[in-house]
Design a protein around this ligand. Structure first.
Ligand code: ATP
Length: 355
């Protein structure tokens, strides 16, 4: 049975629909990430779960109980926001104990819990410091300690890493994940960062315009996106429009491409080809789905090169390919270079076109 069930949520702000018949089930102990472009309703969904917004219709059921009408305090979930939101006039110890104070726990139990939480987030002995004396990453660790101090049954994270620098963000994302797994706390996090979502989530919920486009494991949403929006939003994608000439071939510009997919002759399809699935060919041996293209833009991104190419055959739009730096070591690709490429037939995946 699911631990948190969101059923047919609708939320409007005036004439604008922020959540549009949204349903989602979250299992106990799961780490679910809400991912989508700005304005798609991620934060509204998280705030509605927290009780900070109220849905116009629909229900939220937590551990078998309808919590739709409860106040945030009655729900008692741990929440971490994007900006650190620590009380600047309280020291770290008082910040972490903030939720405990309300519960009138004994003083010694308090102190122990604060020590325990600070050790858990890797900042033991900082209880006398003030937020202004801490780095952004340290403040977010304290915010996390505060959110977890009351042993919440649900942890809600609203872009907790987005205010941090790149190195701290990567460090903290694995720390949060490890902590979440150690404690087994059911967690829902909002982000617009694909890499963050893929690296942290048990399941990713891809949203657009207040609706869910796909719910799946990181590998699932990346390798088997349910439609062209998901394919394009997660990672990089070449979306290729082509008409089936027979069950296993399509015409794309001046090219005939072979695919392992079973197609209906005459129908138009949109295919998703990841940049890393495009092969760079050496030599002239015949290879299925090979074509020539000129390199327009060559970006070195460390582990790989990202190359934007214009196919020589007429009618084909530019294509983005990714080649490993090791493979190209000593012979970087220059703009203007003529390359021979191929799209493996098994990598031409027909997509649903999103509404
Ligand atoms: P971002 O990543 O930019 O925060 P998001 O996916 O979290 O985006 P939301 O913050 O949920 O998006 O907002 C969804 C839409 O609802 C936005 O267009 C926003 O302007 C609108 N919205 C959110 N809160 C309110 C509000 N209190 N009043 C009016 N409109 C709102």
């Amino acid at each position: 049975m699911s631990h948190l069930q969101i059923q047919h949520l609708h939320k409007r702000f005036g004439a604008f629909t922020a959540l549009d018949d949204l349903s989602l089930s979250v299992a106990r102990g799961e780490f679910v990430v809400l991912l989508g472009p700005s304005g798609c309703g991620k934060t509204t969904l998280l705030r509605t779960i927290a009780g900070l917004e109220h849905q116009d219709s629909g229900q939220i059921v937590h551990a078998g109980r309808d919590i739709s009408r409860l106040s945030p305090a009655e729900r008692d979930y741990g929440i971490v926001f994007q900006s650190y939101a620590l009380f600047p006039n309280l020291d770290v110890g008082q910040n972490v104990a903030y939720g405990l104070n309300r519960r009138r726990a004994g003083r010694e139990a308090h102190r122990q819990r604060v020590d325990e939480m600070l050790a858990l987030v890797g900042l033991p002995g900082t209880e006398d410091k003030y937020p202004s004396q801490l780095s952004g990453g340290q403040q977010q660790r304290i915010a996390l300690a505060r959110a977890l101090a009351t042993r919440p049954d649900l942890l809600l994270l609203d872009e907790p890493l987005s205010a941090l620098d790149a190195i701290e963000r990567v460090r903290l994302r694995s720390e949060i994940r490890k902590l979440q797994q150690t404690l087994g706390v059911t967690t829902i996090m909002v982000t617009h960062d694909q890499e963050e979502a893929l690296s942290m989530a048990d399941r990713v919920v891809v949203m657009r315009s207040g609706r869910i486009q796909q719910v799946g494991t990181p590998q699932g949403v990346y390798h088997a996106p349910s439609n062209d929006f998901v394919a394009d939003f997660i990672g990089r994608s070449n979306l290729i429009d082509a008409q089936a000439s027979d069950e296993h071939h399509v015409r794309h510009g001046g090219l005939t491409l072979h695919t392992h997919a079973g197609l209906v002759p005459g129908r138009r399809y949109r295919f998703n080809v990841r940049p890393e699935d495009i092969s760079l060919l050496d030599g002239w041996a015949p290879v299925a789905n090979s074509f020539h293209a000129h390199a327009d833009k060559c970006e070195f991104l460390g582990a790989f090169w990202l190359v934007t190419l214009t196919p020589v055959a007429g009618g084909m739009p530019p294509i983005v390919a990714q080649f490993s730096s090791n493979y190209l070591a000593g012979r970087p690709i220059q703009p203007g270079a003529l390359l021979r490429l191929a799209i493996p037939a098994g990598k031409l995946l027909p997509m649903q076109v999103s509404a």
